[in-house]
Design a protein around this ligand. Structure first.
Ligand code: DAH
Length: 337
């Protein structure tokens, strides 16, 4: 038998030993009266005369080595157990399992959309949720008496009649354009607030992503190209997109943008209300009055803007039929994303 491989095997056995009792068992197995070493020793007389000397020596060296290893192991086990006793640490007690969290589905969708625009050269910026009445309305061409204020009406801060919870992420356009000159290409994710009664498709708080691009010679076709790339990246290569005329105070012309229904591929089903199309966002060419408010020359610069509701996009993408699910913190729902 090969002495070296025997030593390796014993070292392996020793490495797995964690208690003094287990060590004793291993000791008996190798160094005991009927153990391996005594077996090897008693095999010597049966060997050829010229082999006996070397083999006897090897067995002896192995035995001394083992005595050394066992002594060392015993020492470490004993110090370990006395430290444990002193510290009152119960190593038999089950540990506390750390549950790993993960990114909320709404944040995942925000990240995905922002990444798509980022790859097209848009930077990601944010603005405050408490806004001025000016940035939320007047700066965006929604004057005080304008009826479309109703659609974006919001919560006002008590004692600060000029401050409110922003009802869309569009005011960040005003903030950016007041402080920077074109060319600009930005997307703005964030929370917005509306005094809506809560139901399966409305909440008093939700998320939007605003986008805008301003430079010389920006055309409506640029808007269409960018939005089509976005929609195909998020919803799939084979979807189709269409623009419908609409009204927004801050854009002219304005559109609502639909994609072909991702469920029925445009044939008509209950998700798209048999129309074959799903509305995903609002957009348009930035109104000259908005440029006037921020001090841009509207005969030099043109630009487009768009705004989408993140929850709506996420609901379409994952086939979710109740917006409240996102914010109930029910792990059975959240774990699916
Ligand atoms: N702010 C709009 C809303 O909350 C969304 C929107 C529509 C933003 C058209 C835009 C736009 O920038 O051009 O409903």
């Amino acid at each position: 038998m090969d002495i070296n491989s025997i030593q390796a095997q014993i070292e392996g056995d020793l490495a797995g030993v964690v208690s003094v009792q287990a060590l004793e068992e291993v000791r008996i197995k190798y160094l005991g009266r009927k153990g391996l070493i005594s077996e090897l020793t008693s095999s010597i007389p049966g060997l050829a005369v010229e082999q006996r000397g070397t083999f006897g020596q090897q067995v002896n060296t192995l035995k001394n080595k083992l005595l050394e290893l066992f002594e060392e192991k015993e020492k470490t086990l004993k110090t370990k157990s006395s430290v444990l006793k002193k510290s009152n640490l119960d190593i038999g007690m089950p540990g506390i399992v750390q549950e790993l969290g993960h990114i909320h589905p709404i944040t995942q969708v925000i990240d995905e959309i922002c990444t798509v625009f980022n790859r097209m050269g848009f930077s990601v910026v944010q603005g405050p949720e408490v806004e001025t009445e000016y940035n939320n309305f007047t700066g965006l061409n929604i004057p005080l008496e304008h009826p479309s204020r109703d659609a974006f009406d919001t919560f006002y801060l008590k004692d600060y009649s000029k401050l409110l919870l922003r009802s869309h992420t569009s005011p960040v356009q005003v903030r950016v354009m007041k402080t920077q000159k074109p060319p600009l290409a930005m997307v703005v994710p964030g929370r917005v607030y509306r005094p809506d009664a809560v139901d399966a498709s409305h909440l008093f708080m939700f998320h939007q992503i605003e986008g805008f691009l301003v430079d010389e010679n920006i055309r409506f076709s640029d808007l269409k190209g960018i939005l089509e790339l976005f929609a195909k990246n998020v919803f799939g290569r084979d979807i189709r997109m269409r623009f419908r005329p609409h009204f927004f105070p801050f854009t002219e012309p304005s559109v609502e943008v639909d994609i072909s229904c991702i469920i029925c591929k445009g044939r008509g089903c209950s998700v798209c209300g048999r129309k074959g199309w799903l509305e995903i966002l609002g957009a348009g060419m930035i109104h000259p009055n908005v440029f006037k408010q921020v001090g841009y020359a509207s005969d030099i610069y043109t630009g487009f803007a768009f705004g989408m509701g993140v929850e709506r996009i996420a609901m379409l993408k994952y086939g979710i039929n109740d917006i409240r699910l996102f914010f109930e913190n029910d792990l059975r729902f959240l774990r699916q994303f």
